[in-house]
Write a protein that binds this ligand. Structure first.
Ligand code: BTN
Length: 309
């Protein structure tokens, strides 16, 4: 299944009508100023997206049930934030790869066959998780990109406040000390002010593979659905993104408040180099400040390991 929802999609308006109660094709057609065939096509699109819609004699179309998640349900929050299209796949290789093809879209998948993590790792993407990518037109300079990464972490962490989520540098989101979300920001092209794809993977009800159970978790026990989480993350993300780069200071302070990393003794791997020390701060440029036996190290990206629990 692949569904693409655009702002002017008649199916969106038809769905809004159906949610109010049974309605005839003729009535919807008149209300929306489209043909009855257009209404029928919109209903077929909605059925493809998982809505159960009956056509009953003398009653009209009846919305019997809605899917647990659909692009139509989350389109409003996307369009309200300037997104042009919402793409929803039942299965795809990687939403980040798809999102690189066009600026201003959001790509969501129920599962990924080649989900990618940071540092070339695989991202387990079984059904039940929330996997999506936001493709952003150029807005930030290259040197502001570490800020975008940290900002995305704050957006997710705040959305998962019901689970008392915390941030592990640079942008893992932890629940109960285990990773529940990963963020993969990728630059598209080589311009001074590049387009960026922000990929977010959140373990919602998807099972965690046995080999990862010590370090990863999901949100199953909280009983919160993908739709609600998606809306909160996307709403938070754009609220904060609009503040970049001018109000970065506010976001930086918020990152520090939500941090699980600051104050810990950590080891940071950056390519071949290894840094050890106390994580003391995030500076104005978005770098992690490490106190390494009195020597101050500024680190922009890398892999962080806690040396103490
Ligand atoms: C990490 O290693 O922590 C980052 C994981 C990012 C996973 C998300 S899922 C949606 C998007 N598509 C991908 O292939 N990866 C990101």
């Amino acid at each position: 299944m692949k569904i693409v929802v655009r702002r002017d999609d008649a199916a969106l308006a038809v769905l809004k009508s159906l949610k109010k109660g049974p309605v005839s094709g003729e009535e919807i057609a008149t209300k929306l100023g489209v043909s009855r065939t257009a209404v029928w096509k919109a209903v077929e699109k909605l059925k493809k997206a998982g809505y159960v819609i009956d056509a009953r004699k003398r009653v009209g179309y009846v919305l019997v049930s809605s899917p647990e998640f659909s692009a139509y349900e989350v389109a409003d929050v996307c369009f309200a934030n300037g997104i042009l299209e919402v793409h929803h796949y039942s299965s795809i290789d990687s939403t980040n790869e798809k999102a690189k093809e066009k600026q201003g879209i959001v790509v969501i998948a129920d599962r990924q066959t080649a989900g990618r993590g940071r540092r070339g790792r695989r991202w387990y993407s079984e059904e039940g998780g929330l996997y999506f990518s936001i493709s952003l037109p150029p807005h930030l300079n290259m040197e502001d990109l570490p800020k975008l990464t940290l900002t995305t972490g704050v957006a997710v962490c705040e959305a998962l406040s019901f689970a008392n989520a915390k941030l592990k540098w640079p942008n893992d989101v932890l629940v109960g000390g285990k990773k529940v979300c990963g963020v993969l920001c990728e630059v598209v092209g080589e311009a001074e002010s590049p387009a960026v794809v922000v990929g977010i993977g959140i373990n919602v009800t998807n099972p965690i593979p046995d080999e990862l159970k010590d370090i990863a978790t999901n949100l199953l026990e909280f009983g919160v659905g993908r739709k609600e989480i998606f809306e909160k993350v996307v709403g938070n993300f754009f609220r904060l993104y609009r503040k970049l780069p001018s109000d970065w200071e506010e976001i930086r302070q918020r990152w520090k408040e939500l941090s699980d990393t600051l104050g810990r003794i950590v080891e940071i791997r950056v390519a071949e180099r290894l840094y050890r020390g106390i994580a003391v701060d995030i500076d104005e440029s978005g770098a992690l400040i490490l106190d390494s036996n009195g020597k101050v190290e500024r680190i922009f990206s890398g892999e962080c390991f806690y040396l103490q629990r």
